[in-house]
Structure formats: C-alpha cells, structure tokens
Design a binder for this molecule. Structure first.
Ligand code: BDR
Ligand code: CA
Length: 315
C-alpha cells in the first residue's frame, strides 16, 4: 500500500534529489504535496527549486506551497557557500512551469492532516523544522493524524557541520526542532552519523550520469557541484548525500540500522545552540522519543537511487 507523505524541504541539491527519488517511486509513496521553507537559500529560491523538480520529474500533479521565510525565533542562516546562489547550482535553473499554490504551506499541512485519518500521513522534513513546528503549535489536533516523521537533522558521533556541535537544519531553527522532538509522534532521525556514510563518489555519480535522462543528468550536475565544497571540507571522496536518506528509508528501511533513544535539542547555550543531545546509551532516564539511524548500506542506497532515477528515462 502507498504511504502518504508530505515533503517539507529547502532545496538544496540534496533536497532536490530526495524529491526526485520520491517522485520516481509512486508505487510506494503518494506524494500529497511539497512544502518549502527557508534554509539553504531564501524561501523564494527554495519554493522555485521545488517546482523545478516537479517539472523535471514530470509530476505536475504534486502541489508546491511556500511556507515560513525565517525561523521561529532566530535570524535566518543560509548556506550559499555549500549550495550556490540558486541552491541547486550544477543544474540549469529556469522559470518552472509548475505554479506555486496560493495557500501557505503551514495551512496546507494543517488542512491535509485534519482531513486525514488517525496516524495516516508521514511527514518528511529535509530542511529546518520551521513549517512543521509552526503547524504543530498552530493546531495541535493534527498530531494524532501523523503516522511518523522521517527527518534529516542532528548529529552525534560526527559532530556538527555548521558549528562544532550543531547540524545545519537543527541549528537554523532549534526552537522549531524542540517542538518537533517533543511532539509525541514516532520520529526517525537521519543525522550526520548516517548521511556521512552515503558519499557521492566519482564512480557513483558517473553511474547516475550514464543514465542520460534529464533528471539523471541534472542530478549528476548537482552532485558534481555539491561535491566540490564538501570534498574540500571533509577530505571525503565526494559529498554526503544527506536528504535522500529519508526517502530511501521509506522505500527500503532494511538498508538502515537505528536505535531508539531520547533526543533533546539545545536552545539556550550560545556555544552549542542547535546541538542534538542524543542519549544513545540510555544514560539520562529520559523517555525514548525517536529512532536514531546510525548505519546504512551505502552501495545499496546508491543502487536504489540509480535504479529509481533510471525510471525517468522509461517511456
Ligand atoms: C542538511 O543541511 C543542508 O545543507 C542539506 O540540505 C541537509 O538538509 C545537512 O546538514
Ligand atoms: Ca535540506
């Protein structure tokens, strides 16, 4: 049976690839809508990039909504140094034909959940959690309709990627992240500990490029751009492909290993704001509120991604 999902994202090359992976998987995933949030680049770019992915994926049926233009409390931090000025540098950026919906993303999330059965819709956030946190605060009655939340965010063993202790998505809006981790619904958290295992090596990008269809060509272009920054930063043989881990987990959870634990978000300390305190060994006595994913079969992940991107070339 299809799992109903809403992807809340800030494309971003890796968000864009997560969208393509979901769009290529209609047997498993019913993509009800895409909600954009400010993060990697400002909102007017992230919503446009989401619409471009609908064009590229041939999915004019998926509505795109613009959400919050800044975090709940803090000033917006963006990451053009990683993603380029467009957010999806490496592919051709044009005006999308897919139009933007008038409704605000937060209201789309609320209305969709309110119209759904209990525990029936999965949220897939791959950017700062502003839209999701805002929806939960605006109308807490939506919580019981959420099946689970499969998100990209946080870090434990890998340390931070935007401050010494914080991962970017959580750092940008730690207050929204705190709301989400306290929401009481099942959370599957994909942080840097796992995403740093799915490296877009030259060979893997070459396999994608060889597919030759427009979506695969755009993906390879984006990965080549993304790889430059992260290879230099980490000394890896390519960039970690963070956000598609969420969709890959929905498609093939057996590729991943995780552990149930308590995760809390630091919102006070100037030094460690955005840090995820992940109680991997159950030391705190605090209640389990998430599954922390910490390992992945990286070759299996790239096989899945490559197979699904190949579908865009089929008639
Ligand atoms: C996360 O931050 C962004 O740069 C990526 O899109 C990903 O969602 C990784 O820390
Ligand atoms: Ca993202």
């Amino acid at each position: 049976m299809q799992e109903k999902i809403i992807i809340d994202c800030d494309p971003g090359q890796d968000d864009a690839i997560a969208l393509l992976l979901a769009m290529a998987s209609p047997e498993e995933l019913a993509l009800l809508g895409i909600t954009a949030v400010a993060g990697n680049v400002p909102l007017h770019h992230t919503e446009r990039n989401a619409r471009l992915m609908c064009d590229l994926g041939g999915r004019g049926d998926v509505p795109v909504f613009a959400g919050c233009s800044r975090p709940l409390v803090r000033e917006l931090v963006t990451a053009e140094n990683v993603h380029g000025d467009t957010g999806i540098d490496g592919m051709e950026v044009t005006d999308p034909t897919q139009r933007l919906q008038q409704q605000h993303a937060v209201d789309f999330i609320i209305d969709t959940l309110k119209g759904a059965e209990e525990e029936s819709i999965t949220l897939v956030p791959t950017g700062p959690l502003t839209n999701i946190g805002m929806a939960m605060v605006k109308d807490p009655s939506i919580l019981s309709r959420i099946k689970r939340i499969v998100l990209m965010g946080g870090a434990m063993r890998e340390g931070g990627n935007y401050s010494p202790s914080a991962e970017f998505n959580i750092l940008v809006d730690p207050h929204a992240a705190k709301v989400v981790f306290a929401c009481g619904r099942p959370i599957i958290a994909m942080g840097l500990d796992v995403t740093h295992q799915v490296i877009a090596t030259k060979d893997r990008v070459a396999r994608i490029e060889a597919l030759g269809n427009p979506a695969a060509t755009a993906t390879a272009g984006m990965l080549n751009f993304f790889n430059r920054h992260d290879s230099a930063k980490y000394g890896f043989d390519g960039a970690p492909l963070h956000d598609p881990c969420t969709v890959a987990w929905l498609l093939q959870p057996g590729l991943f290993e995780g552990k149930e634990c308590n995760i809390e978000v630091e919102t006070e300390s100037p030094l460690t704001i955005g840090h995820t305190a992940i109680d991997f060994w159950g030391i705190s006595g605090r209640e389990v509120n998430a599954t922390w994913i910490h390992a992945v079969d990286a070759d299996g992940f790239y096989d899945l991604l490559t197979d699904r991107l190949a579908r865009f070339g089929e008639t």
